[in-house]
Design a protein around this ligand. Structure first.
Ligand SMILES: NC(=O)c1ccc[n+]([C@@H]2O[C@H](COP(=O)([O-])OP(=O)(O)OC[C@H]3O[C@@H](n4cnc5c(N)ncnc54)[C@H](O)[C@@H]3O)[C@@H](O)[C@H]2O)c1
Length: 255
């Protein structure tokens, strides 16, 4: 029987490449996005998340789902980024866990970012991990704008570590991981490439000695493995798919 997979952000970029790859492998993919998806929902709002979860549960009666790949996200330097990236992702994954528990070789993964290695606003991160969306969004309105996106992704990476061993995940045989892409050529980064000054800043902040900028397929391949039955023992990890950027920025260790 085909693996039943849910991919958020399936209309564009990394999510689209992931959905395409998994469909090519014979999986039955249900996409979730603002548009051009089987389930259209705004994951930046509580009502949108609730509607998405209701639609996904209705579409997967009985045997549930086998994997969830959460890619939907935005990079805007505004408070809404915290709502979409952190709360949209964690609410969906937590809400889909009961469906995963009924699946076969269930797996889950989300997309963080190389920017978790940069300065984070710890008050945003703390509010996220407390599950306090109003406080997180309010803090983001006060924070340095360039720290909002990295903070939303840093909070996701910590949520993965906190959640992967919580009841209902590892003890139910469900690995939960993240990938941390470097610079990926998608519509999200199109504006950066178009502006020489922005591109220079980006190249300095995120050096990618191994093969340069990535295509979305490179990230999709990592997500596909993390959520495949082959992954039996990797959980709680942030796998950088970044052309060596994390090593270039952080050096040898300690580990
Ligand atoms: N492109 C990069 O360089 C890069 C690097 C690191 C991490 N990421 C992360 O990868 C993920 C995918 O980014 P991408 O580069 O493919 O971008 P993209 O803009 O091509 O795709 C993002 C998708 O998410 C959807 N989305 C946005 N807000 C949504 C909402 N409120 N509800 C439902 N869907 C929503 C969009 O409609 C879009 O289809 C994001 O989480 C992003 O932060 C991207």
């Amino acid at each position: 029987m085909a693996r039943r997979t849910i991919v958020t952000g399936s209309a564009s970029g990394i999510g689209r490449a992931t959905a395409d790859l998994l469909r090519a492998r014979g999986e039955q993919v249900t996409g979730v996005d603002l548009r051009d998806a089987e389930v259209r929902a705004d994951l930046g709002t509580r009502a949108g998340r609730r509607d998405a979860l209701e639609s996904l549960a209705a579409a997967h009666p009985g045997a549930g789902v086998d994997s969830v790949v959460a890619c939907a996200g935005i990079a805007a330097q505004r408070p809404a980024t915290v709502a979409v990236n952190y709360f949209g992702t964690t609410a969906l994954l937590a809400g889909l866990r009961p469906l995963l528990a009924r699946g076969t070789d269930p797996r889950a993964a989300l997309v963080a970012s190389i920017t978790v290695t940069s300065a984070l606003d710890e008050a945003i991160v703390a509010a996220c991990l407390d599950g306090d969306e109003e406080r997180a969004v309010a803090r983001a309105a006060e924070a340095a704008p360039h720290e909002i996106y990295p903070s939303s992704k840093g909070a996701l990476a910590r949520w993965v570590r906190r959640t992967c061993l919580a009841p209902g995940w590892a003890d139910a045989g469900i690995p939960l991981n993240a990938v941390g892409p470097g610079v990926v050529r998608t519509p999200m980064t199109g504006g950066l490439f178009a502006d020489p000054a922005m591109k220079a800043v980006m190249d300095e902040a995120i050096p990618m000695p191994l093969n340069g900028y990535a295509g979305p397929e490179a990230v999709a391949a990592a997500l596909a493995w993390l959520t495949s039955p082959e992954n039996t023992h990797v959980t709680g990890q942030l796998l950088f798919v970044d052309g060596g950027a994390e090593v270039a920025l952080r050096g040898e260790g300690p580990r």
